[in-house]
Ligand binder design. Structure first.
Ligand code: GLA
Length: 401
């Protein structure tokens, strides 16, 4: 009898050890909206429903932003007597399932946040030790996406903690995108592909073009600071497993060229596009940036290659990204505070991506140059590209065969 029990325990252990994430989720980088960047913990049922409506009326849903994710602050301060997570009764008087139902009724998907540690970053109950129970509740509430943070995680092994939650989600049986938010501290790009669909690569973003912003004992990163930290990570990204340079700050205070740059670079990086602005009162300029179809097509390209930095010349960086049909995306990024004249002679360059064994051969093929922000053709690779890039702005091109 004893031996049978041991055998059963061993068997279930080895099944758990082999359990992997749900496959065929997030085959292109996830797109959606998350509450944190605008609302922090000041979230409630009405705001979520209004935001779901706004995702539809603004055109965001139809542009591909499908996931509405509630970040930190949705829970009550204590679990119930059975150890279940409880939604804050003031903020969510009808519970989370009702909110998820509403979001689903709009043709959207719904996500929640929790944390691998004992408490979330805002001090609500974390999941440590309750992984399977929490996963069962998430599945019962019909959520589609879980962002899993890394506060109060002292003494915890990151890989094990995230693997446990991944297995718990798998066991709960509902396909849920698993978004690791471990800030890149333990190089999740080296181990998280079997565990989740995306992993944060850095600390938090801020609506700041470059540098870092200090808040007491922590700091947040500007967009360019984050871009620099992605440059060596391209080999780790692909369909179903993405580097996540954090949510978007488009519409949250940077200048229009800076917002355009931020969005262009996230598309070049095949980054998840999770907007973080108040969609109920977006300016037409912000809407135009977030819903630019050609930029989004670069991000969502099925090949799933993350762009690489090809050159840096006089403060202008050239980033390149091979696309599935043999097209290429090219982004000229002016990081300086001065306008920069660009003269780019395609015939003298040697653009290639060894990770996907692809090369841009302008000697055998003439590509037309489509400017994604101007929405028009600006020439071909048979002549050098001459243009002026305003300060903190970009030129985003799709080279078409
Ligand atoms: C961390 C995460 C953020 C956000 C907050 C919530 O800082 O990195 O994205 O989820 O916690 O408290």
């Amino acid at each position: 009898m004893m031996r049978l029990t041991t055998l059963a325990a061993l068997l279930s252990f080895s099944i758990a050890a082999r359990a992997q994430k749900f496959e065929n989720l997030a085959m292109t980088p996830p797109m959606g909206w998350n509450s944190w960047n605008t609302f922090a913990v000041k979230i409630d049922e009405k705001m979520v429903m209004d935001m779901a409506d706004a995702m539809v009326t603004s055109g965001m849903r139809d542009a591909g932003y499908i996931y509405l994710v509630l970040d930190d602050g949705w829970m009550a301060m204590e679990r119930d007597a059975q150890g279940n997570l409880v939604p804050d009764p003031q903020k969510f008087p009808h519970g989370i399932k009702a909110v998820a139902d509403y979001v689903h009724s709009k043709g959207l998907k719904f996500g929640l946040y929790n944390c691998a540690g004992t408490k979330t970053c805002a001090g609500y109950p974390g999941t440590r030790g309750c992984e399977y129970q929490d996963a069962r509740n998430y599945a019962a509430w019909e959520i589609d996406y879980l962002k899993f943070d890394w506060c109060s995680s002292e003494g915890i092994n990151a890989r094990e903690a995230y693997a446990t939650m991944s297995k718990a989600l798998r066991k709960a049986g509902r396909p849920i995108i698993f978004s690791l938010c471990e800030w890149g501290q333990n190089k999740p790009w080296e181990w998280a592909a079997p565990i989740g669909q995306l992993w944060r690569t850095t600390g938090d973003i801020n609506p700041l073009y470059d540098g870092i912003k200090r808040y007491g004992n922590w700091h947040a990163n500007g967009v360019m600071t984050i871009v620099d930290l992605q440059a060596d990570l391209a080999r780790y990204a692909g369909p179903g497993h993405w580097n996540d340079p954090d949510m978007l700050e488009v519409g949250n205070g940077m200048s229009q060229p800076e917002d355009r740059t931020h969005f262009s670079m996230w598309c070049m990086l095949a980054a998840p596009l999770i907007s973080g602005n108040d969609l109920r009162k977006m300016s037409p300029q912000t809407t135009a940036i977030l819903t630019n179809k050609e930029a989004i097509a670069i991000d969502q390209d099925p090949l799933g290659a993350q762009g690489i930095r090809y050159s840096t010349r006089d403060s202008v960086e050239t980033w390149v990204k091979p696309l599935q049909n043999g097209d290429w995306a090219i982004c000229f990024l002016n990081r300086s505070l001065n306008p920069k004249n660009l003269s780019f002679d395609w015939g003298k360059e040697n653009i290639a991506d060894s990770l996907v064994h692809s090369a841009l051969n302008v000697h055998s093929t003439t590509y037309s140059l489509h400017d994604c922000w101007q929405g028009k053709n600006v020439g071909s690779t048979s002549a050098p590209l001459a243009a002026t890039i305003p300060p903190h702005d970009v030129i985003l091109l799709r080279l078409k065969k």
